[in-house]
Each structure stands twice: as C-alpha cells, then as structure tokens.
Design a binder for this molecule. Structure first.
Ligand code: ATP
Length: 232
C-alpha cells in the first residue's frame, strides 16, 4: 500500500510540555484510521504537524512525499482539514458559506456546491447556518474540507457531541471517501462502535503512541497475559 503520510520518531514540545513523544507510523492510501486519546493526548498536535502548521522539535513528517512545513510544499491543496469546533458565520446560508470557501481556495463554485449534496446538506443548503444543528455544521465543515478533492483528510473530533444516528451518517460518508482512495484520519476521545469500524486504530496517551492496529489485533493484545493496558 502506498503511504501518503509518514511520521518518523516525531517529538513536538511546547516549552516544557512534550505534546507528542517519539511517535512513528505511516498512513496508507485509502486507509481509514481512528486516532484515539484523552484530552491532551497529542491528537491535534499530530494533525497540525501533518498540515505543516507547526514543525516537529525532532523527527520527520512526510505528507504526499514532501515536508508539509516547507514553504513550497506541493501537496498543500491535496490536504483537507476539519478542525475541532469548526465555526461559521451564522448569518450566511450553507451555499453562501461553501461558495465563500470555494472562492478562497480557488475551486470551482459549482463543484463545491455539489459537495453539499454529497454530505447530505442539499435540501438545507439555502437555510442560514444559524438554523443548523451541530451535526449539520459538522457536515458543512466536511464539505469545506473536501474542497479540491483532497488525497488526505484530517478530521479532528468530528463526531463528538453528535447523536448515534448522525455519527453513523458522518461515518458512512467518510468510509465511502476512504473506499474511493482518500486517506482519512479521524480523531476521537474514545472508541465507540463507529471508530471500531475503522480499518485501524492508533491510540495515544500523553503524547506517546501506545497501540496501533486493527480493532481485532488490539483486542487480542489486550487479552495477553501481560495485559497491555490501553488507557483510553
Ligand atoms: P483534545 O482532545 O483536548 O483536543 P489533543 O489530544 O488534541 O487533546 P493536543 O491539543 O495535541 O491534544 O495537546 C497535547 C498537549 O500539548 C496538551 O498538554 C496541551 O495542553 C499542549 N499544547 C497544545 N498546544 C499547545 C500550545 N500551542 N502551547 C502550549 N501547549 C500546547
């Protein structure tokens, strides 16, 4: 499988706080990976490193074959990001919001509006964002992250606060994207039945990667006599 993201022995310190400590993993094309950990485990820091918004203190990050923090990083347009607690201008409609971001990213507006249908917001697209539920705002955020058909999609706690039905809808959308070849990294505080459906689960605890594998592999590990504790 071709790797789209490589994290090699990465440490990121903010002053004396080591947000990520010696993490290594690679993400393959079309993989859907759940990144699990408590508050402060280092999930957002890992995503910001992959986006090139911050640089590692030591170690290396490669995204789509390049250093994402380099000024001339060619893969930038192929990276989609849904930040935690995404917020939009409540006075704009869904269409106006999506058209605004399309212009900002120099993407065709008609194509961008089609993405509203893809995330199930077609019928509500002429309503103001102020009338949207949390789940609808998350899906609008996803539509924005999908502008430019990214090859790597980073979603920071997209399903937190959503009811099980909306989580399922959201999950179905990203599972389809992964099946079509997009690498999807989805962070979450805890493993729910939905994250368990991801092909692979990476567990972070206080900046350290403590587990990485399919949910079945992790269950088998947890049953070993030495009992590797997954503190999540
Ligand atoms: P959450 O679930 O709360 O979003 P997280 O797993 O995403 O947590 P990070 O946001 O990556 O965790 O934070 C990891 C650690 O780094 C925390 O101790 C946090 O306080 C610290 N940290 C993150 N960003 C900064 C910053 N800009 N300056 C100083 N410390 C930071």
């Amino acid at each position: 499988m071709t790797s789209t993201v490589r994290v090699s022995d990465v440490t990121k310190a903010y002053g004396r706080v080591e947000a990520v400590r010696g993490a290594s993993f690679a993400l393959g094309q079309g993989e859907l990976v759940a990144l699990i950990g408590h508050n402060g485990a280092g999930k957002t820091t890992l995503m910001k490193l992959m986006l090139g918004l911050i640089r590692p203190t030591s170690g290396a990050i490669e995204v789509l074959g390049d250093n994402p923090a380099a000024g001339e990083f060619a893969g930038r347009r192929q990276l989609g990001y849904l930040p935690e607690n995404v917020s939009f201008d409540p006075a704009l409609t869904g269409r106006e919001t999506q058209a605004f971001y399309a212009r900002l990213k120099r993407e065709p507006v008609a194509k961008a509006l089609d993405l509203l249908d893809a995330v199930g917001l077609g019928a509500a697209s002429r309503r103001r964002v102020s009338t949207y539920s949390k789940g609808m705002r998350q899906r609008l955020g996803l539509a924005q992250a999908l502008l430019g058909a990214p090859r790597v999609l980073l979603l920071d706690e997209p399903t937190t606060g959503l009811d099980p039905e909306l989580r399922q809808t959201f999950y179905d959308i990203i599972a389809r994207l992964a099946a079509a070849g997009t690498t999807v990294l989805l962070s979450s505080h805890a493993l729910t039945e939905l994250e368990e459906r991801a092909g692979r689960v990476i567990i972070m605890n206080r900046g350290i990667k403590v587990a990485d594998g399919s949910i079945d592999e992790l269950r088998r590990l947890a049953r070993l006599p030495t009992r590797i504790r997954l503190k999540v």
